[in-house]
Design a protein around this ligand. Sequence first.
Ligand code: NI
Length: 178
Amino acid sequence: MGSNLRIGSRANRGLAPMTPKERLSLIECYARGPGLLRAAVERKPADALKWRPAPGKWSAHEVVCHCADSETVSSTRIRFLTGEERPTILGYDPDRWAQRFDYHALPLELALCQIDQVRAWTSDLIRRFPPEFWAREGTHSESGRYTAETWLTTYAEHLEIHARQIERNLAAWNVATR
Ligand code: NI
């Protein structure tokens, strides 16, 4: 975790590119993410999966559906960044998607399978990237300059962050239903 935070904060300050070793370590974090998310979901009792800790906060089920959509978008982002010339990367509002797509109505297991599949498919691709691909860049519609390394820094820990969110949700559910 420490190294993720360090690399993340460095990327935020816009400093030098990563070393190959740092990139490899983030790619391994990226590949491990689905297992962490699944483990967090499996620790939750079935009747706690759609429990929301507060109005406007996501249930574990909604978190997993967000991850499936976000990881699907992410898998296209890295392909546009490296396969096209200076693409525009579109931002979106995850809370609006959760409401508009009625995440509680969507099947949890399909969401988990989607996450497994897009991450495995993309992990395989990015492990094969030549070093110069990591310097390729586009423009994010909300945050501006967006390189392939920005992408890697962002998504390497995305599922780990949401696995921890599900663990906090379970702790709050345990207190609320005690
Ligand atoms: Ni997210």
